[in-house]
Design a protein around this ligand. Sequence first.
Ligand SMILES: [Zn+2]
Ligand SMILES: [Zn+2]
Length: 98
Amino acid sequence: MPIDTSLYPDNWNSLALKVKEAALWRCECCEKRCYKPGEIPKGLTRSEWTADILQVHHRNHDTSDNRLTNLMSVCAACHLDLHRSRYSPVSEGQLSLW
Ligand SMILES: [Zn+2]
Ligand SMILES: [Zn+2]
């Protein structure tokens, strides 16, 4: 396997999907059920549905450590909290990766 030094691993999307499916599309912090891709209701504004979208969090905050055991699915609000509590604030745009 070639060493991938980029921040986004080639298989990031399928990896993230695996994590979210394993969590049954729920946030692992607050257990909120989130939208699957394609399930987002029409008529919601972006800020409305982005709050109910799952993101993938690195438990040890090492984004190069993409073992499934290091990844957890969290909703946007919990994800922000996870980072606010331990680290200097990251912008929401960055969060889908962290
Ligand atoms: Zn949550
Ligand atoms: Zn994170």
